[in-house]
Structures are given as C-alpha cells and as structure tokens.
Write a protein that binds this ligand. Structure first.
Ligand code: 26Q
Length: 739
C-alpha cells in the first residue's frame, strides 16, 4: 500500500489511477484471491485482471456520478427486464484503451490476454435482440457522455445453456453467478421495500378529501448491485444497477407462533425466487404471476431509487419530469406508469391532473414486436390480488381515456372497446401496450417500416387519437464491441486507412469508398476474413467434430428460433442444394458451409422441431461422401453473445430472411454488414434502411413486401398451391433420407 497517506481516502491528486496495473493484479491475486503462482487457475487470472481493471475505473465512476449530482443534470433511465451483456473484460479494455498495455504486462508472465478473456462467463441476462439492444445502448450512452442509468434484475440464472442431444435442444440452467462476478458491487445502503398483495383502504381527511392507502402487504427487499459502464475514450463511467430479491427479516409470526420455526424461514426463502431466473421466452407472454412479481419488483425499486436521487436536489415533485426521462424497454416495465401515479397521488398527495402530467411527461415507450402473442396482457384477477391499488389506478386511467376518446374521436362502441385498456370477456385483461401508449409522451418503433406498421396497423386508432406521439428510432449497435473488439485486425486495417474516428462516428466509414480499387487493401481485407474463418473452423472442429472448408462460403443464420424468422426456409434451401449435388455430381458448385445458431423457447415445440430437422439434415449431408466439402451444415450449440463475436467476423453471407412485416428491426443484420458480410434478406425491419445505406448491390433482396404479405393472407394463403406448382419444392419436402 501507498505510504504517507494521512487520510483513509485517496485525494484527487493521488488517485487509484496512479497504481500500475501489474501491481494491482499482483495485489488481487494475493490478497483478494489468496493465490500464488503455484495455485492460480485460469479463472483466477481472469478474476485478478478484471478486478484490477475495475479498480482503475472506480475513480472515474465516482467522479462521473458526483458530477451528475452536483450539476443536477436531467437524467435518462433505461428500464429493462433484460441486459444481454456477454463478456465484459475485453469491452472494458477497449473502452479504456488498456488492451495493448495489459496484453504486454501479461505476456511478461507468459500469459495471453486472449486466453484470459475466454475464462469469463457470459452475462446472459437477456433473450435476444431486446436485451442486446439494451446492452448496446448502455455502451453508446456512456460514450456520448449522457447522464444515463440502466436498471434491471440481477437474475441468478440467465438464459439457459443449450445442449444438443440426439439432435434435440436440451436446456440446462445457467448459474453464471456461481463463480462470482468481479464487475459488480453490492450497495448495502441501496435497498428498498417492495410491496405485494394486501388491500386498499380509504379515509377522508378534515377537508373531506379522499385518500387511499395500500396496507397489509407482504414485502420483499430489493438490493442494488452496481456495474460500471465506461464510455469509449472518455472519462465518463455510467452505472447499471441490477436488483436482487432478499426476504425481509420479519419472518412469518403466524407460522412461528404455531411453533413452525423452519416453515417460517422457508416461506421467506421463496421471496428470493423473484430474482432467481430470466423467463426464456422472447415472443410469448404467458401471464405467470411470478413474471408480474419480477416486473413490479424492479420497477418499484428503480422508481424509489430515481425519486430518492431527485430529492437530493429538489423539495417538491413539480420539476420531476423536467429532470427525469424514463425509457420503457417494451411493456415489461409498464407497471411503472400506475406505480408513479400511486406514489404521486397517495404518497406525495398531488391531485390527479398534476400527477398525470408529470407521469406522461416522464415516460416514453419502445415497442419491439408486432407478434400478437408477444403483447403482454395481465389478468385483472392477478393484478387485483398482487397489486390492488395499481388496478384501481389503471381503471381510472382507462375511464378518463375512454371519456376523451368518446368526446374527441368516436362514439362507435366497437372501436371504443377495441382500444380500451381493458379487454373484456370471461376473464378480463389489461392491455399493457395500450397503457404504455396512453401513459407516455412518445412511443417509438425500432425501424422505419416497423414504426409505419405501428401507426397504420396495430396501433392505428392511437396514432389518430395522439398525432405526433409515434416516432421512429431505428435500432443501432455499438461499433466498439461489434467491430473494434470482435474483429481487431479489420478494425486496425480500417483505422490505418481512415483514422480511428469511425469508432465513435460510424458514418466516417464512408471514407473507405476511396479505396474500393486499392488492391492491397482489398487483399488485406480478404486475408483477415480468411483468418477469422480459420478461427471459426477450429472452433467447429473442436466443439462439433465437423471439418469445414475455409474456402467455402460461410453462410450464417444466428438468432432466436422462431417461425417468422424462417430458419425452416433456410434448411429447405440446403436440402435443395444437396439434391442438386447428388443429381449432378460433376457440375461446378460453389462450396458452402451453412451455419445455424440460436435457442428456441423451451415450450415452443415447432421451433424445437426445426432445430431437430437441421441436425438430422446435417447428419446426412456431412456424412455423404458424394458431397465431400462442397456442402456442410452446422448447428452450433448454445449461441450466445461471445459466440456471435466469433461468428460474425467470419461470415461471408448473413441470413436475414424473416417474413416481411414481422421482424421489428433486427440488429444482427447490422453486425454482419459492419464486418463485411453480404446480406441475403427480405424487405423487413431495418434491412430496408440497410439497403439504402449500404446499397442494394451489397444485398440479395427477395420475397414479398410487407403489404403483399398482408394482402396474400387476406386473399387466403394456401401453401399447398405453392407445393403443387413447384416440382423442386416437392422434391425438397418429400425427399426420404435416412440417417
Ligand atoms: C413477455 C412476457 C412474458 C415473458 C417474456 C416476454 C418477452 C420477453 C422478451 C417478450 C419479448 C421479448 C423479446 C423481444 C425481442 O427481443 N424483440 C426483438 O427486439 C429487437 C430490438 O429492438 C429487434 O431488433 C427484433 O426485431 C425484435 O424481435
């Protein structure tokens, strides 16, 4: 330790930054991990490195947060049930520009940064696109020096690990926290009480005003864990706060009095299930009470925390919306709307109109899907049981909204019931997307086409009732992780040509247009691609025992398995190629390796059968001596962010082939294009804008447009007609192959 320090704290001039990384590494290894040269495992090397890097961030982290408080800046809060972060070490090193320095230090002890990085578990706290988008936004917001905060859940189990057994997907729990998480800091003082169940009572005050109280609740504690989010090439370090559930200490006296001590403690331990596991479906909202508990859990904790921070500088709630923007990542955190209303009405004692103004000026909602079964609807019965006061408030919001609708929009009862926040029927439901629209100042789609579909199809009445509320914000990706970190050689080649500004300002890549005829540059580019393909080839061989030809086209489709994403169409095409090879063995054929990766929701049988089909087709094709290395098909198990970082830089062809109108945006499409792959795709989601941006000559566009899909469905779509009219399709579908 440093000598001569008269205080227990570092002063500004002698900050922790002045310690050398190698000293910190050694201190961590010895004092925190209690290991030496003889006992350290590869995981210890990773852990000691990660802690040293984090220590180097702390000063900037503290300073950034202090500056926000001192300046009372307006803050943006990103509320998301998912943050699909992947590994952090390399990303942290990139953003701090430490990568080379550290690699050098490690090398002195015969260690390779590349190996150390591999020891880190993925933080798989998300399903797919929506969760990865949240992670990319954190990186971008820190890089742009925005005072932004992420809020989510510290799931003990992330997205399941996928094994393949006899071609079938098998799910295994992902206990990622078992080996510890060097990036997080438990904030003991940041904990909040979350209320559930109970009842609403009312009383009148002296002036005759009616007040409501939510009482007799069963409470759980939310504990805050913080993860630093450094921006690229800036001293800004933002914060991601994840909540973990802990039981309150007051265990059940009822049980205790009955002499059932253990039962009393056991019941408490079930409270901690709230943050136990991420729901693994990405397109089906099942309506389970535990899911609603999770949603309210992190929303209530986050709002309490946001309001506490606001109150450091403010004595009334009047300026709350001016100082606070809360972005709702899909409807998953939308219970925040009635929750803020509850706080403003019942605790802050504002009247309805004031409270509603603040609420609607605070929230904005991002929609990520038009698939009807993915739109959340909560049973009124469940809400009444779990969150009775919120249900009252939702009814009041609906009452006022429908009054407005009838006055200014339509008296047509059918339309009124169609757009009511409450879906009537044998069982009543709250339509969370409608609640989000009514309670937010803006609603955005995630690509131009998707936003048009929101405005003209699924939310058309709302668009007419609230003109200007719907806006487009096309998704993006962080070029730091997806080019600089994932494909360092290509990043360096580009930087050598046009400088490094592209990493912050991606449109600067246009400068590369000057080099489209530079033979040396193109050759270097191709060499890097080939090197990346070799790395992937080695992985495929070691993990899947399949030998692939690196001179074949690497044709890659990686994403969640879903019917609308049409992995089935892709595998049917592979079967067609196989038939062609078998029928014309001597015909020239451009060798191709078709690679699939992705998880299916555990209960989504149709998607799981497509995985099984791909694996069966792979068994036949890969073992057919007549095919040789002309064609290979590979299903990679356990697709993840870190696997994406290996796959995308090695791709020649990116598959983005969803049925037009269904893929809200897609973000994988952009990652491939950034790494120099060509795209085969439909005019769906952000593919449309990509075609404009990168030029249609760099995309193979096919298929119906989204309006044509709608028309075809309306006029009666009969797949059998296509089958009957197309002999090639008939052969593909009816081919009998034995494994
Ligand atoms: C809802 C209720 C209960 C349980 C789970 C869910 C749930 C969870 C995750 C519903 C949907 C999701 C995830 C959706 C998602 O990832 N959508 C994708 O979002 C990307 C980012 O905007 C887009 O690029 C993709 O097009 C879109 O599919």
């Amino acid at each position: 330790m440093k000598k001569g320090n008269s205080s227990l704290f570092f002063t500004d001039s002698e900050s922790a930054e002045s310690y050398s990384l190698s000293n910190q590494f050694a201190e961590n290894m010895e004092f925190r991990l209690v290991k030496d040269r003889n006992t350290a495992t590869p995981y210890d090397f990773y852990y000691a490195t990660a802690m040293a890097v984090k220590d180097n961030l702390v000063r900037k982290w503290l300073r950034t947060q202090n500056t926000y408080n001192e300046n009372d800046t307006k803050r943006v809060y990103y509320l998301s049930m998912e943050f699909l972060i992947g590994r952090l070490l390399k990303n942290m090193l990139t953003n701090l520009s430490y990568d080379e320095k550290l690699a050098e230090i490690l090398e002195r002890d015969g260690l390779k940064l590349e190996d150390i990085v591999e020891a880190e578990e993925d933080m798989g706290l998300g399903n797919g696109g929506l969760g990865r988008l949240a992670a990319c936004f954190l990186d971008s917001m820190a890089t742009l020096k925005l005072p932004a905060f992420g809020y989510g859940i510290r799931y003990e189990y992330g997205i399941f690990k996928q094994l393949i057994d006899n071609g079938y997907q098998v799910e295994q729990p992902d206990h990622w926290l078992a080996t510890g998480n060097p990036w997080e800091t438990l904030r003991r003082e940041i904990n909040y009480r979350i209320k559930y169940f109970g009842k609403v009572i009312s009383h009148k005050d002296d002036k005759g005003n009616l007040w409501f109280d939510w009482v007799d609740t069963e409470d759980v504690i939310a504990m805050g864990y913080d993860i630093p989010v450094p921006g690229y090439n800036t001293d800004n370090v933002n914060n991601l706060r994840l909540w973990a559930a802990r039981s309150t200490d007051e265990f059940s006296f009822q049980e205790f009095n009955r002499g059932n001590y253990l039962q009393a403690v056991e019941n408490k331990s079930t409270d901690e299930n709230i943050s136990k596991v991420l729901y693994p479906n990405d397109s089906y909202a099942q309506g389970k009470i535990l899911r609603l508990k999770q949603e309210y859990f992190f929303v209530s904790a986050s709002l309490q925390d946001i309001i506490r921070k606001y109150k450091i500088n403010h004595s009334s709630m009047a300026d709350f919306a001016e100082k606070t923007a809360i972005q709702l990542n899909d409807t998953h955190p939308v219970i925040a709307i009635p929750e803020l209303m509850r706080i403003l009405l019942d605790e802050e004692k504002l009247d309805w109109d004031e409270a509603w103004k603040i609420t609607t000026e605070t929230f904005a909602y991002t929609n990520h899907t038009v698939v009807p079964e993915a739109l959340e609807e909560w049973s009124v019965n469940i809400l009444e049981l779990l969150l009775p006061r919120h249900l009252d408030i939702i009814y009041e919001i609906n009452h006022r909204f429908l009054k407005y609708v009838k006055q200014y929009y339509t008296a047509d009862d059918e339309i009124v019931s169609e757009i009511s926040l409450i879906k009537e029927g044998k069982e009543k439901f709250v339509r969370m997307a409608y609640l989000a629209i009514v309670g937010s100042h803006h609603v955005n789609g995630v690509a131009a086409l998707h936003t048009e579909i929101l405005k003209n199809r699924i939310f058309k009445h709302f668009h007419k009732i609230f003109p200007g509320k719907f806006v487009n914000v096309t998704n993006g990706i962080t070029p730091r992780r997806w080019l600089r970190t994932a494909n360092p050689k290509l990043a360096e080649l580009i930087t050598n040509k046009i400088g490094s500004s592209w990493a912050k300002n991606l449109s600067d890549l246009r400068k590369l247009e000057d080099f489209t005829n530079d033979k040396k540059f193109l050759k270097d580019w191709q060499d890097i691609k080939l090197e990346n393909k070799k790395k992937l080839k080695d992985y495929i061989e070691s993990e899947h025992n399949i030998k692939v030809n690196i001179n074949s086209i690497f044709d890659i489709q990686i994403k969640r398995f879903h019917e609308y994403k049409r992995q089935l169409l892709n595998v049917l095409h592979v079967i067609d190629l196989y038939i062609q090879i078998r029928e014309n063995p001597d015909k020239e054929f451009t060798p191709r390796t078709v690679i699939f990766g992705g998880k299916a929701a555990p209960a989504y049988l149709q998607a799981k059968m497509v995985i099984k089909l791909i694996n069966n087709v792979a068994d036949v094709i890969n073992n057919d001596p007549q095919v040789g290395d002309k064609l290979k098909i590979v299903f990679l198990k356990n697709y993840s962010v870190s696997l994406a970082e290996l796959l995308i830089p090695a791709a020649d062809l990116s598959e983005q082939i969803s049925t037009a109108g269904f893929e809200a945006s897609g973000t994988g499409n952009m990652k491939f294009a950034l790494n120099g792959a060509l795209t085969i795709g439909t005019m769906d989601g952000a593919n449309v804008e990509m075609a404009e941006e990168i030029g249609e000559e760099n995309m193979f566009i096919f298929g119906l447009l989204s309006d044509e899909v709608v028309k075809l469905k309306e006029s009666g779509y009969d797949p059998k007609e296509y089958y009957d009219a197309n002999p090639r399709l008939q052969r593909v579908v009816s081919i009998k192959i034995s494994v």
